[in-house]
Design a protein around this ligand. Sequence first.
Ligand SMILES: Cc1cc2nc3c(=O)[nH]c(=O)nc-3n(C[C@H](O)[C@H](O)[C@H](O)COP(=O)(O)OP(=O)(O)OC[C@H]3O[C@@H](n4cnc5c(N)ncnc54)[C@H](O)[C@@H]3O)c2cc1C
Length: 353
Amino acid sequence: MILEQAQSYYRATANAMPERAPLAADLTADVCVIGGGFTGINTAIELAQRGLSVVVLEARRVGWGASGRNGGQLIRGIGHDVSGFAKYVGEEGVGYLQRAGIESVALVGERIREHGIDCDLRWGFCELANTPAQFAAFKDEQESLAALGYVHETRLVGPQDMQQVVGSNIYAGGLVDMGSGHLHPLNLVLGEAQVAESLGVRIFEHTEVLELIHGDSVQVRCAGGTVRAAHLVLACNAHLEDLEPRLSGKVLPAGSYIIATEPLSVERASQLIPQNLALCDQKVGLDYYRLSATGACCSAAPAIIRGAIRRISPLTCSPSCSRCSRNWPTPPSSSSGAERSASPPTASPRWGG
Ligand SMILES: Cc1cc2nc3c(=O)[nH]c(=O)nc-3n(C[C@H](O)[C@H](O)[C@H](O)COP(=O)(O)OP(=O)(O)OC[C@H]3O[C@@H](n4cnc5c(N)ncnc54)[C@H](O)[C@@H]3O)c2cc1C
């Protein structure tokens, strides 16, 4: 059964979600985009702005995939250090990747601003060091950002000052970056879909692409009709499956799982994340969390590669979950001030993707 929209905190707090009809006729377009997440919708916007006719086909609803249920962290970079790619793309290529990781955040921010997309955007992010060595490396990161011409404020936070950014005493330091932030991802992609439609993009929901027939043009076959297009964009993320066999074998699905707490009191929220920054640590199976606009704390568990040794189900997370307890060890009753950690809040909805 195909779920209409994954149940999540975001679904429960989404803006209007106008339902779009499925494809029910044969159409032609310059470009057919498959997938109604960030990749598909923003590609459609960019192409439509350049005067091309675009059709987007989405198997479920816009934002059904990772785009509508992620951690909401809008953070520069592409997830890890790219310098190791120099032997493949050269130093120039590495510089390009680094700038692309910065420009992508700016582009999202600009799109939100230009179109007034209501998605609770808050600027400010702090990378959390799990070890002193990681904290020492933050200085290099700050310097290389400056060398790239990064225009936003960055500042190092020493171990003794960490309570200014997170109500936990387990971190060895932080790097605050005011050019990254956090937002409501489902409302972002819903708003972007409206922008796309205002530019003439035709979006069809409940329209699973069943077959691609390549020729002078590509025929994109669905149950209700076929789109014939000069160009095709596959924006299916890990849901590509066997649609394009040349790519399917190269896609390695991974999962990540999130819990949202019950809404927190203002005092509790400001104790946990005093400056309302997005927070993310340095582990491979990283922890990242933030406060939502309604005062819930959305906390995410690690990405787990399907079929790998360890798999954490969202259902294993509970108010007494060891991950949460580790990040927010319950303070001894006599402790206070800089030594104090906030205890973990109670979890309510859980979801993954
Ligand atoms: C739990 C979780 C937390 C995350 N947290 C963050 C975060 O905090 N910050 C961050 O930057 N990134 C985060 N990510 C990653 C980020 O969400 C994804 O990289 C991004 O959303 C991918 O967008 P997309 O458009 O490529 O894919 P998706 O949003 O997954 O969209 C793909 C779409 O393609 C459709 N589709 C697939 N096959 C077909 C077909 N045959 N026919 C028609 N439609 C089809 C699907 O229905 C789906 O809607 C997280 C991901 C997850 C799962």
